[in-house]
Design a protein around this ligand. Sequence first.
Ligand code: FMN
Length: 385
Amino acid sequence: MDAKLFTPIKLRDITLRNRIVLSPMLTYAADGGHLNDTHLIHLGKFAAGGSGLVFVESTKVDPRGCTTPRDLGLWKDEYIEPMKRIAQTIKHYGSVAGIQLSHSGRKARRSVPWEGRAPLDHCPGVDHGEEWELIGPSAIAHSAKFAPPRAMTQTDIDFVVNAWAQAARRADAAGFDVVEIHGGHGYLIHQFLSTTSNHRTDQYGGSRENRMRFAQEVATAVRAAWPASKPLFFRLSAVDETDWNIEDSIALGKVLKACGVDVIDCSSGGISDESINERPRGYGYQVEFASRIRAESEVMTMAVGLIVHSDQAEEILTSGDADLVAIGRELLHNPNWPIDAAQKLGIASPFSHVPAVYGYWLEKRASTKFGQPSTWQQGIHTDKK
Ligand SMILES: Cc1cc2nc3c(=O)[nH]c(=O)nc-3n(C[C@H](O)[C@H](O)[C@H](O)COP(=O)(O)O)c2cc1C
């Protein structure tokens, strides 16, 4: 059977072996923006488990943009060399290496989730200069619990747009083949899009067109710094807890496509803590957004959010709701989810998506248990190293 989930997809000059994407997930394991072996192990296992594209977590383009002191950074050239090892490892296992580039704006300077995501006043030992300054489109706090940011000047805006472009250049130098701009979850770009966090009266505020300008400038600058041969993704919150809605996202999707964005990654929420739990979260609760944006912005989309089962993922693709599926927690639970999905969907050589060092043995195991003919013995296996 030819499952769409396991049909390779070409994005610009980059081919993914399947449509399964590790959604970017913070590990909160960095120190001063520097990665370590935790990241290597974390990311390597998803590549070895057969995912087509593995995203490095939200990596900050500016130290002020770190959500926590444990965020990864790409704001200096010295981060390039260690990042090469991550990209090489992901690629070694046959996945495409992607990285998400982000700035948290007014949602920066907090403790890690298991310490309550509480506002931090001081953060010793972290590369944030004299003061870890919160910046945002307007001086409006995320909630009463948090400090208001300083409203960004035109100079600040130009600086951050350029920081995104420089981080994309570094990602290319480190060997990554996909960049995703994080434009959702209430972080800086989303703060510009939303009327709740953006009260500006200049060309970045007011009308929807003006509020989309910052996103557009970031996408344009990143596209210019990022090779034309490599795909660019953009994660947005298709709807949020206040007034950004799917029609706005469809309009933004068209604008971003014109800026050279190839795939819109359709998430939701994050601009406020007030009503975050009001939307019911069932299986594939955000797929409808990927579907509408794909159809109406005429751009490729990635669906994300409680995609749990292989037949569910397959249906999302075959029904034309999305071109790719991003999986977070289910892959945390089982990094070998793609192997399991390949078996369940009955594809001809389910173990060809993982390195031979695993595939060889897993195929033997499967043929013993289920009495299936060994594709390894038939010479179908593609990786015989
Ligand atoms: C531990 C953890 C860390 C996350 N970090 C990020 C992140 O760095 N960037 C991002 O855009 N989303 C992040 N998310 C959201 C996921 O990428 C994903 O959108 C969300 O978990 C829904 O997908 P799922 O139901 O498959 O987990 C994170 C989620 C989890 C569970």
